[in-house]
Structure formats: C-alpha cells, structure tokens
Design a protein. Structure first.
Length: 205
C-alpha cells in the first residue's frame, strides 16, 4: 500500500475513533469502504482496524478501534469467505466428565478447523500467554475429536486442526503444533493451509 494512505490513516485515526466519516480524507474513505470498514455511513471498528494494519499502521495504534464484541463474528466471516462452512458457534460439549467449549467450528473439503478467538490487545506477557493458550486449545480439540462422532457434527472423514486467531502476534506462528494467526493475516493463512503439514497438531476423524 502507498505511504500517503498510511500517513492519512495515522492522521485521521482520531476521526475514525469518533465515527466522523465526513472529516476523513476522501481517498482514505474510499479505501476503507472498499475493505468493508465503512458501511452505510458507519465505521465497522474491527474491519477498520484490520484495514489500517494492512496499510502499515502499527497494531498498537490500530487496537484503539477494536470492538471486541464483533471479533468472533469477523473471524466467522473470514472463514466463510474462504469457503468454509460454519458448523457451530460456541460449541459446548462434555468429555470424561469435563465441560469444554469451542468458539467456532468450520469445515472445508480439505480440513475442519476448531477456532479459538483470543482478543488480546496488549503485548505484555504475550509469549507465556501463547504457550498456555496453545496447550489449552490443543487439549480442547483433542477432547472434541474423541467425542465428535456422538455430537451429530459433519466432521467424519476430515482432519481436525486447532487454530487460535488473535490480534497479536504480527505474523502467523505455530506454538506447540497450534497455529496462532493474527486476524489481519487470516485470509492468507487459510489460502496456504496444508492439512497434512507435520508441524501442525491435527486429528484424523
């Protein structure tokens, strides 16, 4: 993206925060509209934050726009746009006497994804958070794999992969076999996902 747009994004960030769309430079406004960040005269905070990071705005600055309540919905939209069928939201189940929950469960012809949406907005302690979150989510998806045939879900014959989608880190990484993907890199991750990648934790159903 061009430097002028990045500079404009930084300059007009306060106006975006206030929803003052008419105060924003027209070229930036057109870009944001093309990314779905401005719809019907209103700012879509999460899409705006993603669009700004794609322009090169530091994630720390873009987090000011985050609407945590819509984070999970935006992840679901990205999955569906990439050809995944959303099978469940907030899937709750019991395995070995313990209750579990999966934020989003989606299937494509290549793989099924059990997605945990982590709405971290600060870096402090991120490494330890990632390790703990990856271990927890791996255990959660392992439990789902053991009982999936009893839940009436269309998962049989696929490879089930745990994925964490977060605001940070700034690029996709794999922690203890679990991909941790920033939401603004989710489309690229989904396009390039290889379900047979041996570095990824997965469960054949």
């Amino acid at each position: 993206m061009s430097e002028p747009l990045r500079s404009l994004a930084l300059r007009y960030l306060p106006a975006l925060l206030k929803g003052e769309i008419d105060e924003i430079d027209s070229s930036l406004r057109e870009y944001l509209a093309s990314r779905g960040a401005i719809q019907e005269g209103e700012v879509h905070p999460l899409r705006a934050a993603v669009a700004l990071v794609e322009l090169g705005v530091p994630p720390d600055r873009a987090t000011a726009l985050l609407d945590w309540r819509g984070f999970e919905n935006l992840v679901a939209e990205f999955l569906e746009a990439a050809g995944y069928v959303l099978l469940a939201r907030r899937l709750r189940f019991t395995e070995s006497g313990r209750r579990w929950e999966i934020d989003l469960l989606a299937r494509s012809p290549l793989a099924s994804l059990a997605v945990e949406c982590k709405r971290w907005s600060v870096r402090r302690g991120l490494t330890s958070r990632l390790m703990a979150a990856a271990r927890d989510h791996g255990a959660r998806v392992s439990a789902l794999a053991r009982v999936s045939s009893c839940l009436g879900l269309d998962l049989q014959g696929t490879r089930l992969i745990p994925v964490i989608v977060s605001w940070y880190p700034e690029q996709a990484t794999v922690v203890e076999g679990v991909p941790v993907v920033p939401i603004y890199g989710l489309n690229g991750f989904l396009v390039g996902l290889d379900p047979l990648d041996e570095d990824l934790l997965s469960f054949e159903l």
